[in-house]
Design a protein around this ligand. Structure first.
Ligand code: ASP
Length: 361
């Protein structure tokens, strides 16, 4: 059977079977056939669940296909796993707010705690997929595989990429080598780490990249290959836990630029932001308005993180951080820096402690 051959390829090529006892390769059935891993498929919406008016229409589509419909479109999944589908939402990912993010995370966390769940695949819109993936990477307390997949083209499109992304996500979720590598993103045959992968192009199928760090592996014609593992703290090694979170604090992202104004900082502060991430210029450098905004934020007890609008590279700490009370985002882009800052603020408002988090996660 194709599914069994695929799992054999995964074990052969991965060089890492850690975690197999927790899931993946389970005991044989009474008939001598290996039991299939049990994977929960959680639908949240996105282009992978979208249909447009005709096959050449690649935008202006309607999100709405259910997990049952996604499963029906890829019957080959049944050869890889026993699948339980669940619809957590069915929205464009731009509509995901903190409440829905928490709802998704709590459901994934609960499922991971069940002994009859070996791994999880989540379908998600690509626009904010990396935010959900990174949040899950920081709060889930399990080494079981959690794989997010999306699509750049609606299900109705010529060369729709969703079905193969979904199938590949199942190959990864049922692969022993996927255990303990943090939350994973499966797009365009590549396995990305939630910590590093980012949507870096608006429409092409290979939109997800991990510029400086690279991908963790790939699915090559049906076999899963892991090449590397993330070193930043995640999942079972993370200090953040869902149990400690009531609601997430309000954190805004402000984009710096020539001629920026102080008003946006004042608006964020007066709207009750507990943190501000600045998408700064270059190495997180601050325009005069951003600098004044950071000073004003500090006077109001609002944490400020300097990230970068550049899209690649590390924002390094600076002597100015000590003066302004700001924190350097390391290699987190502004939207991932917001995710970490929301969690870190739940534990401390101290700039040194926040910097430690940005250094470690
Ligand atoms: N608009 C879509 C979303 O839900 C984009 C996508 O999924 O590719 O993010």
């Amino acid at each position: 059977m194709a599914g069994i051959e695929t799992r054999r390829a995964c074990a052969m090529n991965s060089g890492n079977t850690a975690g197999a006892a927790e899931g993946g390769s389970r005991a044989a059935t009474g008939e001598g056939q290996p039991a299939l891993p049990r994977i929960a498929l959680l639908g949240t919406g996105g282009t992978i669940a979208a249909v447009a008016s005709d096959a050449t229409q690649l935008h202006d589509y309607t999100v709405g296909a259910t997990t049952d419909e996604l499963l029906a479109a890829v019957p080959q999944l049944r050869a890889l796993a026993e699948v339980g589908g669940e619809q957590l939402a069915n929205v464009d990912s731009r509509d995901i707010d903190n409440a829905l993010l928490l709802k998704i995370a709590r459901r994934v966390d609960a499922l991971l705690g069940q002994p009859d769940v070996d791994g999880i695949v989540i379908t998600h819109g690509t626009d904010t997929l990396e935010e959900t993936a990174y949040f899950l990477n920081l709060v889930l307390k399990s080494a079981k595989p959690v794989v997010l997949a999306g699509a750049m083209r609606p299900a109705s499109a010529l060369s729709a990429d969703g079905p193969l992304n979904l199938y590949n996500a199942f190959l990864v979720a049922t692969c022993a080598a996927a255990h303990g590598k943090g939350v994973l993103v499966m797009m365009n045959d590549r396995i990305g780490a939630a910590r590093f992968v980012t949507k870096a192009a608006t429409t092409v199928p290979d939109a997800f990249r991990a510029f400086e760090q690279g991908n963790l592996g790939e699915v090559a014609v049906g076999s899963v290959h892991f090449f590397t593992a993330p070193l930043c703290r995640h999942t079972v090694d993370s200090e953040f836990s869902l149990a400690a979170i009531g609601e997430l604090p309000h954190v805004d992202i402000l984009y710096d630029h020539q001629g920026a104004g102080l008003h946006q900082y004042r608006a964020a502060i007066s709207a009750g932001a507990r943190g501000i991430v600045i998408a700064g210029c270059g190495n997180g450098s601050l325009s005069p308005a951003a600098r004044a905004g950071a000073e004003e934020a500090a006077r109001h007890g609002v944490a400020v993180v300097r990230s970068s609008r550049v899209g690649q590279g590390v924002v390094t700490t600076s002597a100015d951080d000590a003066l302004l009370g700001t924190v350097a985002a390391n290699s987190l882009n502004p939207h991932k820096a917001r995710i970490l800052l929301m969690l870190a603020l739940g534990r401390s408002h101290d700039a040194g402690e926040l910097q430690r988090c940005f250094d470690q996660y």
